[in-house]
Write a protein that binds this ligand. Structure first.
Ligand code: GCB
Length: 596
C-alpha cells in the first residue's frame, strides 16, 4: 500500500486535530449505532495520541473494549470527480470506520495502515462525518496475544505476555487523500546489482483500472536530475555512477511512476523515495553493499509521557539526535512496526533498522506474573497460540512487508520477539511464516529475537532463519548481580550459537537502573551496575567473531503495566523516560564513538 503523498496529480489533508471521543465501558455503542449521530458526552481527544494517560484515572488507563472517535471534515471542492481515500496510519488493535452512516473499512492489527475508498460516500465541497470505533482487546487470536479475565465483580481485566503498556487508540496520523480514478496502487523498487560502473534497480508498478494506459518510470537523484528512465509497469533501470545508500549516509533517489492516458496525457504520478543498496549474509558476516556491517544501538519503544505511543515529531527527532550523539548506527522496532515517519527519517539519515512485527509474547513462559501457580505453560494449543493466531500473524507479516519494502533503512525482518521456540510445535508454527516472509521479500534476511530459555540445545527453529537475534539477561534475571558467572555463561552460550555459522546480533541485554542511585560496589539497580553489566557483555562480544551487533535493552525507560518488579515502568533505559542520560549513556558513547 502506498503512503499518501502530494504530487502533481495527488493531494492529501491531515485529519490530525482534536476529535470527539467516548469510552464505551458498557460496550453499547455498536448496538446503539453511535456512528449515526454525534457521540455521547463532550470529551475530546488529540489525534495522534494513545488515549490511556490523557484522561486522569483508572477508567481510561485500564479500559478494556471499545473506544470511539469522531470528527467532520470538509472535502475540498477541487476533488470533484477524483478518487477519495480515508486512511488511518494505525488503530490499535482493531477498528471499524464509518463515513456518515456507511461502514467503509474494518481492520485487524494495531500497527499497520489501512484505508477505504470513500468516493461514493462523500461529496466535494461538502462536510462528511467520520467515526471510528477502536477496540483494544488482546485475545489468543490477536497479534500480540493476550486474554481478558472476567472478574466476579464484573470487571474485565486485560492480561498479556509482553512487557510494555497496552497503549491504544489512534496514535498515528489520519488522512483524507485524493488520487485520480485510474491510479498507481503499488510500487516495488529493488536494487539487483551494484558494480564499479553503477547499479541496476528492478521495479514493478501496479495500476488500478487502466485500459489503454501506459507507465513511464524514471529515477531522479537527490538534486532532482533524471538519471534513468524506461517504459512499462515492470523493468530494470541502470543508474550509472550510482550513489549508494550507506549506514550513516542515507542517499535517496526518487522513483517516479507516471501513468499516461490513451493520448499520452499525464493521469497519475507517484514519487517513491528509495535507496540503492544491497543486504546479505555470508557465514558469520552481515553485509550492506557487500561490506561487513556491525550493529550498534538499541531496542526501542514508541513511548513518552502523556501521549503514550502517540506520534510525536519532536521526540522522534530528539531520539534520532541522541542515537547520533551516542554513536548508535541502528535500532530494532521492538516490539511492533513503528510509525512510517520514523522509517522515512531513518532512510534519509542512514540509520539501519531491524523491522519487527507485533508478534511479541507468543510465550506462556513469560506470563508467570499473570498465570496462577497451577496454570499450565502450554504455548501452542487449540486454546492458546493456534492456527488462528498464526493466520493473524501471517497477515501482520504481509502488511509489514507491504508497507516497508521500499525503505532502504530496513535490513532485516524480525517476525517475532521471544516466542516459545523450545516447544516442538514451534517448528510447524514458524516454518510457513519464514517461507511467506521470504516469498514476499527475497532480498532481506529473516530473523526473530530468541528468548533466553531457548538455548542452542533446546531451540527448534533457529536453523530456519538467516541471522540470529539473541536476547540475554545473564547478570540480571539469571545470576542477578553476579557478573562473573554472567560472563562465563554468556561466553559459553554464544560460542555454541556461533557453531550454526550465522551472524549473531545481541538484540537485548540490559539491567534496570534507577537514575541517581549510586553504589561503590556496583549493586543492581545502581548506575554503576548498569555500566559494569554492559562492560561484561562487551568484553565477551569482542572475543567472538560471529558477533555482528549489540543492541542494548533499552534506549529509554518506558511504561509497562504495574508489577512488583516494575517501578513506574521498565527502567532498563540508558536514558530516562524524559531522555536524560544515565551514566551508562556516556560509557556507551565512549565505546561506540571510539576513534571518531
Ligand atoms: C525481554 C523482552 C522485553 C522486556 C525485557 C525486560 O526479554 O523482550 O520486552 O522488556 O525482556 O526488560 O525484561
Amino acid at each position: 500500500m502506498l503512503s499518501p503523498r502530494q504530487s502533481s496529480t495527488r493531494e492529501c489533508i491531515s485529519l490530525n486535530e482534536l476529535w470527539r471521543f467516548a469510552l464505551d465501558p458498557r460496550g453499547i455503542g455498536r448496538a446503539e449505532r453511535w456512528w449515526a449521530s454525534v457521540l455521547p458526552g463532550d470529551s475530546e481527544m488529540p489525534v495522534p495520541a494513545s488515549f490511556n494517560d490523557i484522561l486522569p484515572g483508572r477508567d481510561a488507563r485500564d479500559h478494556v473494549g471499545d473506544i470511539w472517535y469522531q470528527r467532520t471534515v470538509r472535502v475540498p471542492r477541487g476533488w470533484d470527480g477524483q478518487r477519495i481515500v480515508l486512511r488511518f496510519d494505525a488503530a490499535t488493535h482493531r477498528a471499524i470506520a464509518w463515513v456518515g452512516d456507511t461502514q467503509v473499512v474494518e481492520h485487524e492489527g494495531g500497527y499497520t495502515p489501512f484505508e477505504a475508498d470513500v468516493t461514493e460516500h462523500v461529496s466535494a465541497g461538502e462536510e462528511a462525518r467520520v467515526t471510528i470505533v477502536v477496540n483494544n482487546e488482546l485475545s489468543w487470536s490477536s497479534i500480540p496475544p493476550g486474554f481478558v479475565q472476567e472478574r466476579d465483580d464484573g470487571r474485565r481485566v486485560q492480561q498479556y505476555f509482553h512487557d510494555f503498556f497496552n497503549y491504544a487508540g489512534l496514535h498515528r496520523s489520519v488522512w483524507l487523500h485524493m488520487t485520480p480514478r485510474v491510479f498507481v496502487s503499488d510500487i516495488t523498487v529493488t536494487t539487483t546489482e551494484i558494480d564499479d560502473a553503477g547499479a541496476a534497480v528492478s521495479y514493478r508498478a501496479v495500476v488500478e483500472a487502466g485500459e489503454g494506459h501506459a507507465v513511464r518510470a524514471s529515477v531522479r537523484d537527490a538534486g532532482g536530475t533524471e538519471v534513468a528512465a524506461g517504459d512499462g509497469a515492470e523493468g530494470t533501470l541502470r543508474i550509472d555512477g550510482a550513489n549508494l545508500w550507506r549506514p550513516g549516509a542515507g542517499y535517496l533517489y526518487t522513483f517516479d511512476v507516471e501513468l499516461l492516458g490513451p493520448r499520452g496525457e499525464l493521469v497519475d504520478r507517484y514519487p517513491q523515495p528509495f535507496g540503492v543498496r544491497t543486504v546479505g549474509v555470508d557465514g558469520h558476516r552481515f553485509l550492506i553493499n557487500g561490506e561487513p556491517f556491525r550493529f550498534t544501538g538499541f531496542g526501542k519503544h514508541e513511548d513518552f509521557a502523556v501521549h503514550g505511543r502517540g506520534q510525536d515529531l519532536a521526540v522522534m527527532v530528539h531520539d534520532f539526535e541522541l542515537l547520533k550523539w551516542i554513536g548508535a548506527n541502528s535500532f530494532r522496532t521492538s516490539h511492533y512496526p513503528y510509525d512510517e515517519a520514523v522509517l522515512d527519517y531513518a532512510d534519509r539519515h542512514g540509520v539501519v533498522v531491524i523491522d519487527e512485527t507485533a508478534a511479541v509474547g507468543l510465550n506462556l513462559d513469560t506470563g508467570t506474573p499473570i498465570l496462577g501457580p497451577t496454570d499450565t505453560f502450554v504455548t501452542y494449543s487449540d486454546a492458546t497460540i493456534s492456527a488462528r493466531t498464526q493466520a493473524v500473524h501471517r497477515q501482520a507479516i504481509r502488511e509489514l512487508v507491504a508497507r516497508d519494502k521500499n525503505h532502504p533503512c530496513v535490513v532485516v525482518w524480525s517476525i517475532a520477539n521471544e516466542p516459545d521456540t523450545v516447544a516442538p510445535e514451534a517448528r510447524a508454527y514458524f516454518e510457513p511464516l519464514v517461507a511467506e516472509t521470504r516469498r514476499l521479500d527475497p532480498t532481506r534476511p529473516v530473523a526473530f529475537a530468541n528468548f533466553m530459555k531457548a538455548t542452542p540445545e533446546l531451540d527448534v527453529v533457529s536453523d530456519l532463519f538467516d541471522v540470529l537475534l539473541l536476547n540475554r539477561y545473564f547478570g540480571w534475571y539469571v545470576y542477578p548481580g553476579d557478573l562473573d558467572s554472567a560472563e562465563q555463561a554468556l561466553e559459553s552460550e554464544l560460542r555454541a550459537w556461533a557453531q550454526l555459522g550465522k551472524p549473531i546480533v545481541m538484540t537485548e541485554y540490559g539491567a534496570d537502573t534507577q537514575a541517581g542511585l549510586h553504589s561503590v560496589v556496583a549493586e543492581p539497580w545502581s548506575e554503576e551496575f548498569q555500566i559494569a553489566f554492559l562492560d561484561t557483555y562487551h568484553r565477551v562480544f569482542d572475543r567472538i567473531d560471529a558477533m555482528v551487533g549489540e543492541h542494548v535493552w533499552n534506549f529509554a525507560d518506558f511504561a509497562t503495566r504495574s508489577g512488583i518488579s516494575r517501578v513506574d515502568g521498565n527502567k532498563k533505559g540508558v536514558f530516562t523516560r524524559d531522555r536524560r542520560p544515565k551514566a551508562a549513556a556516556h560509557a556507551l558513547r565512549a565505546r561506540w564513538r571510539a576513534g571518531t
